[in-house]
Write a protein that binds this ligand. Structure first.
Ligand code: URA
Ligand code: ZN
Length: 393
């Protein structure tokens, strides 16, 4: 019988500050926090301050950050069928272990409720699925106990609408190359959860100089540089050799990792400390990753997909050579690990527009990638996420 599977638009990079988390931000006097200013005509004006050196006195924040109806309205406006929602940065990073532990468990339950009570959408073949799924939180803070982390992983794996975890780049204080995380990777791998690795801290703000460039430098460069460094360290620590089935989804198309992976490989083989540490050439590990398609340009998306696809030839023992495959074959293969995202509610348009430019641009870029077939584009728009997150189950 012919399949009646529908083409779906699935957003894998979309954030929320759940009401319980928003209340915490409002109660705080140090960053991260939400503070309420007053406009010249006497109206309340909420500001979000989450970065250590938050430029421009913070960002305007409103119901689109916490109200589920606003998320659904945004999805309707942009034709998004399903969203896999994650708490926005900085998660629980700033809390002491007991509070982080308690809040992780509570927020995971809140997110399950947020998703399970969402409207459903037709996924074809007479299947209706919820419009909202989620990434849970772990209490990833210094000095947290392993048992607390494992308890949250177990909880998430048992909550039916949570299909992964979102995490920053600090781990339990020493980054994602810390051996203390091995029990966490092991449990996540066993549970089959997707790890969405997302930046927050950027790089040393001294790099940004003295000119006021708003949020451009920390967001456009600092965020993806942070992801690049964190995942490079994770690769160099052999995490993907020890946990080869770990599903890591990187924000912002993996930052600079695709474009720097050959340089990384060269530095590794010329360095006596690292040269014999990894099982494979450093480029091999790019092919083990999943990337969101949040890079706003068809060339960047096409190149990222090529980097994923060529990784196979850097597996130890592979006979594959550089010239065997046409561009379309390579990019098509790599596209299977890429997925549409919006970064909502961040990057709202500066003036009123029907649709958000940040969303329209990513969709247009997917449409224009050279070498991606219509089927590949459908995969990036939704099919790949349906499969990775097992959304029809
Ligand atoms: N700015 C943030 O702080 N977080 C995001 O996810 C995007 C923009
Ligand atoms: Zn984001």
């Amino acid at each position: 019988m012919a399949s009646t599977a529908l083409k779906m638009l699935v957003d894998v990079h979309s954030h929320v500050y759940l009401p319980r988390y928003t209340a915490l931000l409002r109660s705080r006097t140090t960053v991260p926090l939400i503070k309420t200013l007053t406009t010249p005509d006497g109206k309340p004006d909420d500001r979000l301050l989450i970065l250590d050196h938050e430029p421009s006195g913070g960002r305007p924040v409103g119901p689109q950050y916490w109200d589920r109806d606003e998320k659904l309205k945004f999805m309707d406006k942009h034709g998004i069928d399903v969203t896999v929602v994650s708490t926005a940065n900085p998660w629980l990073d700033f809390l002491p272990p007991p509070e982080a532990h308690k809040l992780a468990l509570e927020l995971n339950e809140d997110l399950e409720q947020y998703c399970s009570s969402s409207p459903k959408v037709d996924a074809g073949n007479s299947t209706q699925i919820p419009r909202l799924f989620g990434f849970g939180l772990l209490p990833l803070v210094p000095e947290v106990s392993v048992s607390s982390l494992l308890e949250s992983i177990k909880q998430i794996s048992e909550l039916p609408h949570l299909r992964g975890v979102i995490m920053g780049t600090r781990g339990v204080g020493k980054g994602l190359d810390d051996e203390a995380l091995d029990p966490v990777w092991e449990a996540i791998e066993k549970a089959g959860l997707v790890v969405f690795v997302h930046p927050h801290y950027g790089v040393d703000p001294k790099a940004w100089g003295e000119k006021d460039n708003g949020h451009v430098l920390p967001l456009a460069l600092g965020f993806p540089f942070e992801t690049t460094t964190a995942i490079t360290r994770l690769i160099l620590a052999g995490v993907l050799d020890r946990f080869p089935s770990l599903k890591l989804l990187l924000a912002h198309s993996g930052g600079a990792l695709p474009v720097l992976s050959s340089r990384l490989s060269s530095c590794v083989v010329h360095d006596p400390v690292v040269a014999s540490r990894l099982k494979h050439d450093a480029r091999y590990y790019i092919g083990k990753l999943y990337l969101d398609a949040v890079s706003y340009g068809p060339e960047e998306m096409g190149f990222a997909s090529e980097s994923i696809a060529r990784a196979g030839r850097y597996e130890n023992g592979s006979q594959e050579t550089a010239t065997q495959k046409a561009l379309s074959v390579k990019r098509s293969l790599g596209s299977k690990r890429m997925m549409f995202g919006t970064d909502h509610p961040f990057f709202p348009p500066l003036s009123t527009t029907e649709k958000w430019k940040s969303v329209v641009e990513n969709l247009q870029a997917i449409e224009e990638v050279q070498g991606w077939s219509e089927e590949d584009k459908d995969g990036v728009r939704g099919g790949n996420a349906v499969e990775l997150f097992n959304l029809k189950a």
